[in-house]
Design a protein around this ligand. Structure first.
Ligand SMILES: [Zn+2]
Length: 357
């Protein structure tokens, strides 16, 4: 797998939807476009082939005003998984998840790890102004940005997209973590891929960032930022037959569960009904590997209910995603005290360790 680096956009590329890009690009492609300020903005789109808001935002931005005017700042664009995009899939069966193959990843190294390592080395030398990786998700979630370090410039960059910002350090091998070693880096989650508002929002955001002269280093004001930390992943136990309808023989999840995303659920919130008395159908595991199921959920008369205040993210009603990935992530709120940059929990919760590794 060889990295393609272009110093211009191929003719008519901006006319193509994500599903058509593979006809003109063989694989992951970096495109350098000059702008008035030479220090480039790095933007990555289509790491997941079905998450099209990033490509749609870039192509609308470049086809619009910047087809006539110079870009306010140089751009280095990564168009990542065009083969999966052609099929409308996150990744193909013979591919790993691209956003787990960047430097810092754990596990066996593939040709993709080598390729993303080369991209990282190449972009590091360009000393980018900032790095923005654009995604969509499934289920009802607000648009939000994510960071891998609690630090002024990246929180500024994140809060320009949304007041809701998530801090995470797992999984490893994500692009924003690799580039975060040498520039402020954020991941954007633009809601459902099929909705236009994700594209509109990403486009307006990119336009604002392109026009920034510099990024302030101070932590954003509390009214501009709600910061949450991902603390655990919730899965349905492997052997359990589950679903959202009466077809499920063992565990029936509540319909419309994804409406609870980013809601602070009080203890006793009902998530599912067990049909055969399975004792612990859900499993919550902290990102340090510790099982915290009993800290989070209990059974009350066949109902699976929460036992403590929890806030879920990425709850989905897509059975395949629940099976392949997870039911949701659990988060807790981080408050930032003054401008020292030290994260402080509002309420220490001794059952769950304070920080991720
Ligand atoms: Zn994604």
């Amino acid at each position: 797998m060889k990295l393609a680096i272009l110093d211009h956009l191929p003719d008519h590329l901006l006319e193509l939807s994500a599903t058509e890009l593979h006809r003109h690009l063989d694989g992951p492609t970096l495109v350098h476009l000059p702008g008035r300020r030479p220090q480039p903005l790095f933007v990555s789109v289509l790491q997941h082939g079905n998450e099209v808001s990033g490509w749609e935002a870039i192509r609308r931005l470049l086809k619009g005003r910047y087809s006539r005017d110079p870009l306010p700042r140089s751009l280095v664009l990564l168009i990542a998984n065009v083969r999966a995009a052609a099929r409308g899939q996150r990744r193909l069966a013979d591919q790993p998840d691209f956003n787990r193959c960047w430097p810092g990843s754990s596990g066996a190294k593939t040709i993709w790890h080598k390729l993303f390592g080369e991209i990282t080395d190449h972009v590091r030398q360009l000393k980018p102004f900032a790095s923005i990786d654009i995604h969509n998700n499934t289920g009802q979630n607000p648009h939000y940005a994510a960071v891998n370090r609690i630090e002024g410039q990246r929180l500024r960059l994140a809060s320009m997209f949304s007041r809701t910002v998530i801090y995470f350090t797992e999984p490893r091998g994500v692009q924003s973590m690799a580039f975060g070693e040498f520039c402020p880096a954020v991941t954007l989650e633009c809601g459902l891929a099929e909705r236009l508002d994700g594209t509109d929002h990403a486009m307006a955001y990119l336009e604002s960032v392109f026009n920034l002269d510099q990024l302030p280093e101070s932590i954003p004001a509390p009214e501009d930022l709600e910061l949450f930390q991902m603390i655990a992943t919730v899965t349905v136990n492997d052997e359990i037959d589950f679903g959202f309808s009466s077809d499920a023989s063992e565990l029936r999840l509540l319909p419309g569960l994804d409406r609870l995303n980013f809601c602070e659920m009080p203890p006793g919130t009902r998530l599912a009904t067990t049909l055969n008395g399975a004792c612990s159908p859900l499993k919550a595991v902290r990102h340090d590997g510790r099982d915290v199921t009993r800290d989070c959920f209990r059974l009350a008369d066949s109902e699976v209910v929460t036992t403590r205040p929890l806030m879920p993210a990425m709850l989905t009603t897509d059975i395949n995603i629940i099976r392949q990935d997870c039911l949701c992530y659990l988060m807790e709120r981080i408050s930032l005290s003054g401008d020292s940059g030290d994260p402080r929990r509002e309420k220490p919760q001794p059952e769950l360790p304070e920080t991720l590794p």
